[in-house]
Design a protein. Structure first.
Length: 188
């Protein structure tokens, strides 16, 4: 289900207004980029995929069922674009690869890209610190932060979900981020 403000932008985009399309998709840019990066694990490829996704969305926008949420439809397209990209990237005929390149290609395929124990421990420490400080926030502020940053909901989606004014949701987010920053800087 699309919100009234988004519906107006979508209708203008469907009429061919590229500026409205840009405004309509802007809240979803980070989500598409992050999802693309999870697939390709490369900044440049993720940026290229993000552009490809929104080009495909622009072309298929008329097929979008406006009675359903936009974000899942968008992420489905993102997944398909990323998988198509990975299929094309993997398909390297050996006849196109020189003898010296073959060894390098297979070595690159065998390299361990998983984080090492020190990186895992550091990430776990960061997550624990963040979790500890999130628990110190009020339930309402914590809910807004988690919905916005983990679920990647827009402030408008959060406001609708919580049945609260948009400015209240934005204010809670801002206060929560200030409190988190202050509390985390005290522990460093």
């Amino acid at each position: 289900m699309i919100l009234a403000e988004e519906k107006q932008l979508l209708e203008r985009a469907l009429a061919g207004d590229q500026a409205s399309f840009g405004l309509f998709i802007s809240p979803y840019l980070a989500s598409v980029y992050n999802t693309s990066f999870l697939f390709v694990k490369n900044i440049q490829d993720a940026e290229d995929l993000t552009q490809d996704v929104f080009l495909r969305v622009w072309k298929q926008l008329k097929k979008f069922d406006q009675t359903k949420p936009f974000h899942p439809w968008l992420l489905t397209i993102t997944k398909h674009v990323a998988l198509d990209f990975l299929k094309k990237k993997k398909a390297i005929p050996l006849s196109d690869v020189g003898d010296t390149d073959i060894q390098e290609y297979f070595l690159n395929q065998l390299l361990d890209t998983h984080p090492n124990p020190a990186q895992i421990a550091e990430q776990q420490e960061i997550e624990n610190t963040l979790h500890t400080h999130l628990k110190k926030l009020s339930l309402k502020n914590r809910t807004v932060v988690l919905l916005h940053h983990l679920k990647e909901w827009t402030f408008q989606e959060i406001a609708s979900h919580l049945n609260e004014p948009l400015h209240t949701v934005k204010s809670r987010h801002r206060r929560a981020m200030i409190a988190l920053k202050k509390n985390i800087s005290k522990t460093e």
